[in-house]
Design a binder for this molecule. Structure first.
Ligand SMILES: NC(=O)c1ccc[n+]([C@@H]2O[C@H](COP(=O)([O-])OP(=O)(O)OC[C@H]3O[C@@H](n4cnc5c(N)ncnc54)[C@H](OP(=O)(O)O)[C@@H]3O)[C@@H](O)[C@H]2O)c1
Length: 330
């Protein structure tokens, strides 16, 4: 059936300015690290993407290696884009990244100009796009001069292959250096993609302050700690089909009694406020004006809708924030 986007798609979503740029991003963005691989059903992925777009999620996040196999998430989205979203290209922000192992040999990993230029071209082909909205360096490379990596990002922007440049997984000091270099190349660092959630608070140790001072936007990945901050693991086991049950970066070993106690305490606070745990986790991140967007994953439209409900609830009160802090630190 021919897709026609919901005419009310911009009514509910909130858009937040990305650092000191002109770009607004949705409070919740959709990530394609899992659930959109060559092995996942195309129709389920399509439904999720279109449900997201219909709800005002304009930002879709990829990396060259998302799959498995690497590249298959971009290919799957390319198909959805071509079949359904082509008329809406100017309403969509597509990001991709390079920095992890992608192809054999010395030029398919880390941060060389050779790798970044080639990977950007490959992503464009897989996605079926003429340009990316954001192109990131995915992780710092200890061996390649930062000038080379940032120079490649700036040239990718100057060549029109991406509209904006971003970095991911850089610490505060690396971020300052990268931002300074990009400025000298006349291409500001738009955005930093960092792992941040109630269970992973490293960005509070300097990175968020740096992003604020530099005027760089912040998009938080794994905001639900890969699903731990949802209702599904509260009894301490990994339900069939869940990310933890499938194994990989999250395994059932993460479900320690201490963590499960913490999750249940957080869930109690959520329930008292009439929220789900996932909504609490999302609202907790959005409490900080430095955070531009919460980059969540979803393996179904039901999950996506539950997460989107976070945006129609009142902000967390000072009392709720204090109780969350106590639950996290006890
Ligand atoms: N820059 C980087 O280095 C980097 C690294 C990692 C991720 N990322 C980006 O960040 C995005 C999000 O990361 P993530 O997938 O780890 O995010 P997440 O939002 O913390 O976890 C998403 C997973 O949690 C589960 N889930 C989500 N909503 C749920 C709900 N309402 N109820 C129950 N379960 C729910 C689903 O897993 P199951 O249903 O499968 O259990 C879903 O796939 C990625 O897709 C990628 O774009 C970037």
């Amino acid at each position: 059936m021919v897709y026609s986007a919901n005419e009310q798609r911009y009514a509910e979503m909130r858009y937040r300015r990305c650092g000191k740029s002109g770009l607004l991003l949705p409070a919740i963005s959709l990530g394609f690290w899992h659930n959109f691989s060559g092995g996942d059903p195309y129709e389920r992925g399509r439904e999720t993407v279109l449900c997201a777009f219909d709800a005002g999620i304009t930002h879709f996040d990829f990396a060259n290696n998302y799959g498995p196999p690497p590249g298959s998430a971009e290919i799957a989205f390319g198909r959805i884009f071509k079949n359904d979203l082509l008329p809406y290209r100017d309403e969509i922000i597509v990001a991709s990244k390079a920095g992890y192992d992608m192809w054999p040999g010395p030029y398919g990993n880390w941060g060389s100009r050779k790798y970044l230029m080639a990977s950007c071209e490959q992503s464009l082909k897989r996605l079926g796009l003429e340009y990316l909205d954001i192109f990131y360096h995915h992780r710092p490379d200890p061996e390649t001069p930062l000038e080379e990596t940032m120079g490649a990002l700036a040239d990718i922007v100057r060549q029109g292959k991406a509209l904006y440049a971003g970095i991911s997984n850089y610490d505060a000091a690396q971020t300052k250096q990268a931002a300074a270099l990009l400025r000298t190349f006349g291409v500001p660092c738009l955005i930093h993609q960092t792992k941040y959630s109630m269970l992973h608070r490293v960005p509070e140790e300097g990175l968020l302050d740096t992003l604020g001072a530099e005027g760089i936007g912040c998009i938080c990945f794994s905001p639900l700690a890969q699903g731990l901050l949802t209702g599904k693991y509260l009894n301490g086991t990994a339900p069939e089909g869940s990310r933890a049950a499938k194994g990989g970066f999250l395994t059932p070993a993460a479900l320690t009694p201490e963590l499960v106690r913490k999750l249940n305490a957080l869930n109690g606070i959520a329930k008292e406020g009439g929220r789900t745990l996932s909504a609490l986790a999302i609202q907790w991140l959005l409490r900080d004006s430095c955070v531009t967007s919460v980059l969540a994953g979803a393996s179904s439209t039901a999950q996506l809708r539950e997460n989107l409900a976070a945006l129609s609830q009142p902000a967390l009160s000072p009392d709720e924030l204090a109780r969350i802090e106590a639950a996290l630190t006890e």
